[in-house]
Design a protein around this ligand. Sequence first.
Ligand code: FAD
Length: 496
Amino acid sequence: MTVWLLGDQLHPESHVLDGADRVLLIEATAFADRRSYHPQKLGLVFAAMRHARDRLQDAGYEVEYRRGDSFGDALDAHFETHPGDDLRLMRPPSHGAADRLRELVESRGGTLTLVDDDRFLCSPAAFDEWHGGGDFRHEDFYRWMRRREGVLTADGDPVGGGWNFDESNRETPPDDWSPPPVPRYEPDALTRETLDWVEERFDTWGEREGFAWPVTHEDARDALDHFVTHRLPEFGPYQDAMVGDEWALAHSLLSSSLNLGLLGPREVVDAAVGAWERDAAPIESVEGFVRQVLGWREFMRHVYRRTMPDLAEGDLLDRSRDLPSLYYDGETRMRCLDEAVSHVYDHGYAHHIERLMVLSNFATLVGADPHELNEWFHVGFVDAYHWVTTPNVLGMGTFATDAFTSKPYVSSGNYVDKMSDHCTACPYDVDATTGEDACPFNALYWDFLKEHEETLRGTGRMGLMYSHVDRKGEAEWAAIRDRASKLRERAAEGSL
Ligand code: FAD
């Protein structure tokens, strides 16, 4: 029997390793040839795999590290050495992946035993038993998880005065705020060698210099401790804020480690709750963070599992325009978009509000094909995997599906102005809707609501938005339409 570890299943204490002697890791390159991925994303995955190989060897495992074009090539070599071997694999979350891998193994005369994915706390069986059928509601799931896991609860009730503290968690920092420190994990010789190879071997999009992501469990643990000590206290109040020249604010930057399995969700949640128990972080921040990891991350995984393949097909709003070139070259005078795209280019990362209310919001309003946006996220972000990027982009980000959201997250420039300091430094006027210097978000927002009125007016909580739509007269609509259409042309020709 051999344990087959995929490149995002790297936790040294994963239960898949229990009782194993031999471990197989396959470094396949074909997937990375298909698209121009961010060099930090490819470098991170390959460097983390190579470090896991060395760590497992040091721990006494017999490690087979096979490099090849595809999984098929590497499995050919494996079964030549170990004919009829049984491979034990943690069930991968991507749709159809387990069946594809089983087919690859069985067609080479081997067998595949699948075990539960311990990178999540809630198993498919537990989720399905809890959910039954009907709508997917995050808040219900989250409260159930809090009680089930005994996190921030006492006798089934929430500790600290409530289930959520959203009202306290929508602040923006004062002008003289000094952002808490962000740790850097300088590449060692193996990571540098991996990054060099990635740069030479693949066509990439993004900046390789400045790579500082954790590539080992030890560094990821350190990143967790660093976050809990230095940034968690301010995570809550500033989680929706955007500040010029600040890419991390008080966010945890732990998604790449969680999604690679370098960290487990339980240790992350326990570390945050521990800070509250020691009075080292306020309940608003700790609950806000726990909600993301115990709630949203687990919820997205199950919604994806339950709604694929429909989730990834079609578009409720039928959009087909190309994603504007500014997403690739960063060429725009719009300060919020310029910042967000450059964070992705420089780090393979942008925080949640930039992803949702800038990058997705703009693509949605401009009418870009949500599937192209999904691809863009997939190649550009260090934490992107099909199971998590797809529901976030197609559900929450663009409303291509209403599988678990009742309305699109769209806004005019007003939201960006409220939550950031970008608009004061932007050449566009956030208070204007029409006219050459008007913030592009404004006309595009109203035009979007008008264009999709038939689908959206009766949807979920859109009443307030449409009450504003109803107040506009014919002349105002004509000017908005004209401005929106010019903006779409300019976005298409790359001159926004
Ligand atoms: P923090 O803000 O510190 O949050 C803590 C943790 O909570 C994250 O590390 C992450 O593991 C989890 N989390 C929070 N929100 C979500 C969510 N909606 N779905 C899943 N996990 C969540 N997250 C990814 O891991 N990979 C993606 O490819 C991805 N694509 C996204 C695309 C869009 C359009 C949007 C709106 C969100 C996306 N997210 C994705 C969710 C979220 O934005 C990131 O998890 C988060 O920004 C990562 O940064 P962080 O580790 O600093 O997170």
